[in-house]
Design a binder for this molecule. Structure first.
Ligand SMILES: [Zn+2]
Length: 96
């Protein structure tokens, strides 16, 4: 029988307890929540899904775009995007 230790945050399985504990020590620190409005490629988007990456605990997001927030804009890419591609909406408002 083989025994595994599982990170409770990202569900990765490890053969040693130390590695699983080290993975959990990375914590759970997403920058954005579901329904947050953030900036992506100059457009205001609304986060619809969030997922955590195994091993790194980095976060990826899916989002949708409201036409009224972005007159005339079309999102060129969809699907999951890395957290660093998004930025808080209030950054732009601060410059206005
Ligand atoms: Zn983990």
């Amino acid at each position: 029988m083989k025994k595994f230790y599982q990170c409770e945050i990202c569900d990765t399985l490890y053969a040693s307890e130390e590695k699983a504990l080290a993975c959990e020590a990375l914590g759970f620190n997403p920058l954005y929540e579901i329904d947050d409005k953030v900036m992506y490629e100059g457009a205001v988007v609304i986060i619809t899904h969030r997922s955590i990456c195994e091993l790194t605990h980095a976060f990826i997001y899916r989002f949708s775009m409201n036409a009224e927030d972005n007159p005339g804009k079309i999102l060129s890419s969809c699907g999951w995007q890395n957290e660093e591609k998004l930025s808080p909406q209030h950054n732009l408002q601060g410059c206005a």
